[in-house]
Design a protein around this ligand. Sequence first.
Ligand SMILES: [Cu+2]
Length: 319
Amino acid sequence: MSAKSSAARSRAAVRIAGLGLSGTALLMLLSGCSLEGVGNAFGHFGWPGKGITLQAHKMYDLWIASTIAALVVGVFVWGLIFWCIIRYRKRGDELPVQTRFNMPMEVLYTVTPVLIVAILFYYTAIVQTDVDKLSKNPDQVVEVVAFKWNWQFNYRDGMGAEANTVASTVGSSDVIPILVLPTNEKIRFEETSKDVIHSFWVPEILFKRDVFPGNVRNTFEITLDKEGRYVGRCAELCGTYHAFMNFELVVVSPERFDQFLAAKRDGSSTQEAMAAIGFTGDQAYATTTEPFDSRRQKNGWNQNGAVAAGTGAAATAGK
Ligand SMILES: [Cu+2]
């Protein structure tokens, strides 16, 4: 009897697994038409959003699809757990049928996780390769120069360290550096640092890459597809004012970008060039972040009423 019932049970288990898989397929079919739709409904499952580059959209889709797959597996497993708890709860002192060494079951729960990991790995490798891909002829090359604690962006006439800078924007203690870039063009970034390791990060690009000093030039490419203004940050702890090492990415149409670059080439300041493409007044400056005020005393970052040794009340009190 036990051999027969265990065979029946394993057939049932296979049937349940099949049901789970076709449920997953159905859900993917229903939601598959729009991963973005599912993402929107669930707050992007913790991500900042769909992103503003073609590369970001691929990473976003991978994230949403992986989360849906994880949730489907999770719900299936939770269902099995609760089903077992209720169906096989203790009814008396008699030992229930033991199902150790049930080969179909054991094969199933060994093969399934391996299969899931393999599928996740497959799609991750595809997306990662795509995000890391460099084209032979990028439309724009921007050299990112990081230093304690600001950014310089050099528009270059070619690739590599030997290319020339045709225009440049740089940040100061009072002005946030602005990086203007066009939509629908392949943009290559080449990163270099003047001192320590920094990291170039625009959250909306869903991507960051370390900026190294010395002769390491990290590169990556993006194609922007959404105009707007986005905050950029240093994402590698680089020293005292690391947290304030911000910049702003301004994405405009290729036509306006060309006008901006032409104005810069003609010797305009970044703010004048911004005004030339319609960003006048306050709009010529960063709108997503503010310059950092380093006057520590004024900001009250020292303990309340604390004064430097040898000055003020503390020094005169003993006299
Ligand atoms: Cu930094």
